[in-house]
Design a binder for this molecule. Structure first.
Ligand code: ADP
Length: 270
């Protein structure tokens, strides 16, 4: 993997990188703000060598993906494990973003815009036949010019290998993925429905006050969350479609994108 990355120009020059403030904590190490050849970047550090090896494989996948709604990889640096350099998303992750701003700052037309941004990124992954497996608002980042982008894609296969089913994000994971580890684009669609709920509730924790065990059991028994306060009925209808028990009855991302565009048109008639 190292050889392939160096041949294709994805190995960056550490002397051109300036590290700045710590801006987040990832599962495998800290995330820093920085600058690389005049561009503001984020640097994710992976300290453990074994994990770094696995991540390196997956960044090779990332080098082949380019879309306006996917956080862009600039390259990697091999120093103290692995450092993954991506575009800097100055407004941070979508959960914190929505929680700190709230209804007084972000209106529902803007929420729809974020939902559509994420959907377009996922439509691209669907087209590339890649499964995210950890789609959730905490993995959506917001750029300086207010575009929501999917992050941690291509890295999620690593997580699945490293962690076990005990570490799955239960509240975001489709029933068939929880029970039989059957992950697919349609299990991503389930997670997208939860993400829609997070967006329209301004970053609330899904299934408020329910334990993971309760969520697993009641969702299996057909329970679904209510619409967030003031959620447009058309958007709640989409959540319900994403939460069909049967994976093939859930809409594909390209279908969801069309439906969201219709919602947008209804919202802002011009
Ligand atoms: P992990 O997936 O290992 O938990 P993340 O990639 O989610 O780690 O990073 C943790 C936090 O760091 C994010 O929630 C976000 O606040 C911040 N972060 C990560 N990548 C970027 C980025 N490209 N730009 C700005 N902030 C980022």
């Amino acid at each position: 993997a190292v050889l392939e990355l160096s041949k294709t120009g994805w190995l960056l020059d550490i002397t051109k990188l300036t590290l700045g403030e710590n801006i987040g904590e990832g599962e495998f190490g800290a995330v820093y703000e920085g600058e690389y050849m005049g561009q503001r970047v984020a640097v994710k550090t992976i300290k453990c060598d074994v994990t770094a090896q696995a991540f390196l494989q997956e960044t090779t996948v990332m080098t082949k993906l380019q879309h306006k709604n996917l956080v862009r990889l600039l390259g990697v640096i091999l120093h103290k494990g692995l450092q993954i350099v991506t575009e800097l998303m100055t407004k941070g992750n979508l959960v914190n973003f929505l929680r700190t701003r709230g209804r007084s700052v972000v209106n529902s037309a803007q929420l729809l815009r974020y939902a559509l941004d994420v959907c377009e990124g996922m439509e691209y992954l669907e087209f590339k036949k890649l499964i995210h497996r950890d789609l959730a608002a905490r993995n959506i980042l917001v750029s300086d010019d207010n575009v929501a982008k999917v992050s941690d894609f291509g890295l999620t296969k690593v997580d699945a290998k490293v962690s076990d089913s005990a570490k799955l994000p239960v509240k975001w994971t489709a029933p068939e993925a929880l029970k039989k580890e059957k992950f697919s684009t349609k299990s991503d669609v389930w997670s997208y429905g939860i993400l829609l709920w997070e967006i329209f509730s301004y970053g609330r924790q899904p299934y408020p006050k329910m334990s993971l065990k309760e969520v697993k059991e009641s969702v299996e028994g057909g329970y679904r969350m209510d619409a967030p306060d003031d959620c447009p009925p058309g958007v709640f209808a989409l959540m319900k479609l994403c939460w069909e028990h049967e994976p093939r009855r859930r809409p594909a991302f390209h279908k969801l994108r069309e439906k969201l565009e219709q919602q947008m048109a209804k919202h802002s008639p011009d």
